[in-house]
Design a protein around this ligand. Structure first.
Ligand code: ISE
Length: 334
């Protein structure tokens, strides 16, 4: 099996999707091994993708001599330890967001990678590889829109599992808008405020939430995040600039007019809506492993997203506007 040997940690919804995509449509990738605490699930994915080995322990997968690079799609709390293990092994790693759920965890990863003196970590903020957001970034970079002033974002899930709590609207969902806005605007956030339209019953999911973030350059980003919207998965963005706007086109593959109605369709969830982004992200990652030229979101981006999300959480809990104070950016991430 030629190509970059890939090991996948976690064969749940995302890990299973990534394993199938790597095995089926990513040039230069050779899916070598998978691991998951659910051995049956790991074996099923291995059988479906042709992965040669199922490791019981993710550390054995990371140490597998045929594994050149590691994709981490395990539960969030495991990310820091596994990314640090990949860095210790000198192996490139694509870690599903978040890089780590805590600021300190992200900083430990940055410290370890900076000590290596080379970037091995890519964080799975896949919207950077979405054709729509990429076109938005190109339009802004071309300069004819002028400076950005406001970015309006809508992020609606049809539904979420019962385990989804109010803070996850920010740390699990709106964190994508935090990253994509940083990337589009080439800016950091300086202050955040979170509004909620109504207080639910005690203990009920506080949904939707409305985030208002200001960047250091003064751009305003507003994000409506609504994770029980019911009708479908609906993500929108409009960049308002001095001399024009850039708006994501509707994601619907087709517009149906019949029986007096005019309808667009919505994807059920992010996997279908952002299928091209996930595929493009994986292809860019494998190419970065081949060339040694980093691609996508860095460990610093992962830290900045987690730190900004934590500020939003504090704003949500207190009702106050909270400042975002980031550590100085190390030269490795200039
Ligand atoms: C989910 O975890 C994702 O990462 C999706 O991209 C996002 O749209 C969704 O809201 C999250 O729950």
């Amino acid at each position: 099996m030629s190509g970059i040997g890939i090991g996948v940690v976690g064969t749940g919804i995302m890990g299973g999707d990534h394993a199938r995509t790597l095995a089926g449509s990513i040039k230069g990738a050779a899916l070598v091994a998978v691991t998951d605490p659910d051995a049956d699930r790991a074996s099923t994915i291995a059988a479906a993708t042709g992965a040669r080995r199922v490791h019981a322990d993710p550390r054995d997968l990371i140490g597998d001599p045929e594994v050149d690079a590691v994709l981490i799609a395990s539960p969030d709390p495991t990310h820091e330890g596994l990314v640090l293990a990949c860095l210790s092994a000198g192996k490139p790693v694509l870690c599903e967001k978040p890089l780590a759920p805590t600021i300190d965890g992200c900083l430990r990863i940055i410290e370890a990678e900076a000590a290596l003196g080379r970037r091995l970590v890519q964080v799975g903020f896949m919207r950077r590889f979405d054709p729509g957001y990429a076109a938005m970034q190109a339009a802004l970079a071309a300069g004819h829109l002028g400076a950005p002033l406001i970015m309006h974002c809508v992020h609606r899930n049809a539904t979420v599992p019962p385990s989804f709590d109010s803070g996850m609207l920010i740390t699990n969902s709106a964190v994508h808008e935090i990253d994509i806005a940083r990337w589009l605007l080439r800016d950091e956030f300086s202050a955040v405020t979170v509004f909620t339209p109504r207080a639910g019953e005690a203990g009920a999911l506080v949904d939707p939430q409305f985030l208002v973030l200001r960047t250091r350059a003064g751009t305003i980003v507003d994000v409506e995040v609504f994770v029980t919207a019911q009708y479908g998965y609906d993500v929108r963005a409009e960049l308002v600039c001095e001399a024009g706007t850039a708006t994501l086109a509707p994601a619907s593959p087709v517009r149906i007019r019949s029986s007096g109605s005019d309808a667009l369709s919505f994807a059920e969830d992010w996997r279908a809506h952002f299928a091209a982004a996930y595929r493009n992200q994986l292809q860019a990652w494998v190419r970065s492993v081949e060339t040694g030229i980093p691609a996508g979101a860095s460990a610093w981006d992962g830290y900045a997203a987690t730190a900004t999300a934590q500020a939003c959480l504090d704003a949500f809990r207190t009702g106050a506007t909270v400042n975002v104070d980031l550590e100085p950016r190390p030269p490795l991430y200039a």
